[in-house]
Design a protein. Structure first.
Length: 350
């Protein structure tokens, strides 16, 4: 599940210097607001009920040894996240960028994909929210994404000169000290791991089931079915399954921990080639070689080098602009954190 979204954390991480607490006076003038309101953004309330639901989704059980002060501190942090989200959502509303029902349903379908209906209903109960409340959160999240895409991402331009300058300053990082391989895998285990989420919710439970399953998958792959999709649908590796089994680039030396026979088998595969079924311990796996990279310096003319540099520069620029955008949005919004006022008044009165 999308934890960044479901936890209602900040659209961004905490930004030093952003003041979201407006104190109206520690001991006077703070009691005119409804006791149900924890904060207000441009006079739109953020209620304690919303805060309680968001807090429960992040902290479903109380940690042993937590003091009341620690709990209160975390609640203030969660409230700040809700405030930040409300600031950005109101800007999306003013820009006409609120997510449509179709946007919400598409994202909801993605979130539900790894679960059965019963499992998903159980997750909602664990988070302490209803389906309608989840849809409301999705709408806010998708709306803010649209806002950032329009006002920030779409305006970022990385020139060829920027790429060249980065390459020259970081030439050493494009020099591979040893050959690397990029592989993908499909894993089937004899034990049903509760942490595994494949799209078909298909898990072997016994040694016989695991063997039959991996042989059936191998047969389908040999008939031309897509490896990445098969991995997402059926693989039982909790780390690589969401990525279509992709292990990323690995130095050849990383395989020294495996048996010499297995290392030899893997390295003998050519890009696009798939291994036979490999049985190790309680696991069966099929490996597909995606790419091989020899050691040595990567030239700037290599399209993969340019793509990597552009992605790095876009991410850096995006982070900078979002930080500035967030500062601006807060400076233009009228935010009152009533809960923070009450905490200060409580302790100032002692």
């Amino acid at each position: 599940m999308d934890s960044n979204f479901l936890s209602s954390r900040r659209v961004f991480h905490t930004i030093p210097g952003v003041a979201v607490v407006v104190v109206c006076g520690l001991l006077s003038g703070c009691n005119s607001v409804s006791p149900d309101v924890a904060a207000a953004v441009n006079k739109r309330p953020v209620t304690y009920a919303e805060l309680d639901r968001a807090y429960k989704s992040q902290f479903p059980t109380k940690t042993d040894g937590d003091s009341d002060d620690q709990v209160e501190f975390r609640r203030l942090e969660v409230l700040r996240s809700l405030i930040d989200n409300e600031v950005m959502f109101q800007r999306a509303e003013k820009s006409g960028l609120v997510a449509t029902d179709a946007d919400v349903e598409a994202r909801l379908t993605e979130l539900k994909a790894p679960y059965t209906k019963e499992e998903f209903d159980k997750q909602l109960k664990q988070w302490g929210i209803t389906l309608d409340e989840l849809k409301a959160r999705i709408r806010r999240d998708e709306s803010v994404k649209k806002l950032f895409n329009k006002d920030i991402t779409a305006k970022i331009n990385i020139s060829d000169a920027d790429v060249k300058s980065f390459y020259e300053a970081n030439r050493g990082s494009f020099n591979l000290p040893e050959p690397q391989v990029r592989m993908a895998q499909i894993v089937v285990t004899a034990k049903a791991d509760p942490n595994v989420r494949n799209l078909k919710n298909d898990k072997a439970k016994t040694e016989d089931e695991a063997k039959r399953k991996i042989l059936a998958l191998e047969a389908r792959l040999r008939q031309g079915e897509d490896f990445a999709m098969m991995a997402q649908n059926y693989s039982e590796d909790p780390v690589t399954t969401p990525n279509g089994g992709d292990l990323g680039f690995l130095p050849e030396s990383s395989m020294d921990k495996t048996s010499p026979e297995l290392k030899k088998l893997v390295l003998s595969l050519q890009p696009g080639e798939m291994s036979k079924v490999i049985h190790t311990g309680e696991e069966y796996r099929i490996i597909k070689m995606l790419q091989k990279e020899p050691a040595g310096q990567r030239d700037l003319a290599d399209p993969r080098v340019q793509q990597s540099i552009r992605e790095t520069l876009v991410n850096r620029k995006e982070t900078l602009l979002k930080t500035a955008y967030f500062e601006m949005a807060h400076s233009e919004a009228k935010v009152v954190n009533y809960m923070a006022q009450n905490v200060l008044a409580k302790y100032a009165g002692k």
